[in-house]
Design a protein around this ligand. Structure first.
Ligand code: HEC
Length: 290
């Protein structure tokens, strides 16, 4: 009987689709407590995603900035980073100039070693352009944020490095922070892949590149799959082979392959198959753009 109840509970939780959207606070981090960061904090750096045209700006509060400027990575409690993501697009009156076109999301990282001990001392918050939470479970999302940020454990789980926007500012990167990519791959035989992946792989291919980073595969949210696309693209170009990132429970994946297509002609094209929020595979095709 006990076992049955337990099984029922497990099933119920597996299918629970609680909606966590519309709240001000995620993992005890209230967006409204930090909403003034774009005018009050230091701009650390800007980053750009070529594939999606998304611009990101990272800001640091005083405590976080002080640690960075001392070229340290042991961020003390009270350090906070904020990141904004913008869509970009051409200025219609001068199309070679690309301008920000609306906010996508806000992200926060708040240091509190006791409270967020299980995620390296950083609490993670994700909000829509109105400063409200998304539907996904905040704990699951936080574990996914942390799993990817540990790629830069040597930088205190912080990716951004300060950029000198003024000629005077100087910053010396910790030496080990600039060593190569921390995403690792192995060759995986097609027959070892789950059926729902296999059917997308063109006939004749016997093995593909597969990401091995265990933490990342165990803890992921929809954003992880999206972030992995350009990284996999890079691996596809390097090895002339499809590349996949697949969750450790094999339910969620993003697979990147090259295809020839009429629309893209000699440029070639990428085909990306990625699971959506309901774990259904969605196919996307676009021309290679370099
Ligand atoms: C798959 C990898 C990945 C995941 C998952 C991820 N991040 Fe990041 N994060 C990055 C990268 C890379 C940067 C550097 C800036 C950039 O390229 O956008 C970054 C930067 C940041 C920054 C600015 C400080 C820093 O580390 O540079 C914050 C704040 C942040 N992320 C919060 C979050 C939150 C909150 C989540 C979860 C909702 C999350 N991140 C999930 C890769 C990831």
């Amino acid at each position: 009987m006990m076992k049955l109840i337990l099984l029922f509970l497990m099933l119920a939780s597996a299918f629970a689709t609680e909606d966590f959207s519309g709240k001000d606070s995620m993992n005890d981090i209230s967006f409204s407590d930090y909403k003034d960061f774009p005018t009050k904090w230091a701009l650390v750096t800007i980053r750009f995603r070529k594939d999606t045209g998304e611009m990101r700006l990272t800001y640091a509060n005083e405590i976080a900035m002080k640690t960075m400027n001392e070229a340290k990575v042991n961020y003390p409690d009270g350090a906070v980073f904020a990141k904004t993501g913008f869509f970009t697009g051409a200025d219609p009156q001068f199309i070679s100039s690309v301008v920000p076109k609306g906010l996508r999301r806000y992200q926060l990282m708040v240091k509190n070693k006791t409270k967020y001990a299980s995620t390296g001392g950083w609490g993670y918050g994700l909000y829509d352009p109105d400063g409200k939470t998304f539907p996904e479970d905040p704990k699951v999302t936080q574990d996914a944020c942390y799993a990817c940020h540990t790629i830069v454990e040597n930088r205190g789980d912080v990716f951004s490095q300060p950029f000198s926007f003024t000629s005077k500012a100087k910053f010396i990167l910790p030496k080990d922070s600039i060593s190569g990519s921390h995403i690792q791959y192995e060759w995986i035989k097609i027959q070892k892949l789950p059926e729902m992946v296999k059917k997308f792989i063109p006939a004749g291919i016997k093995k593909i590149r597969s990401v091995t980073n265990a933490k990342l595969k165990l803890n992921l949210f929809q954003g992880t799959l999206d972030e992995m696309k350009p990284i996999l693209e890079h691996e596809v170009r390097k090895n002339k082979s499809p590349a996949i990132f697949i969750s450790s429970d094999s339910k969620r994946f993003v697979l990147v392959m090259t295809k020839t297509s009429q629309e893209c002609m000699e440029m070639g094209s990428f085909e990306v198959v990625s699971t959506d929020m309901k774990n259904n595979p969605v196919i996307e095709k676009y021309c290679t753009h370099d």
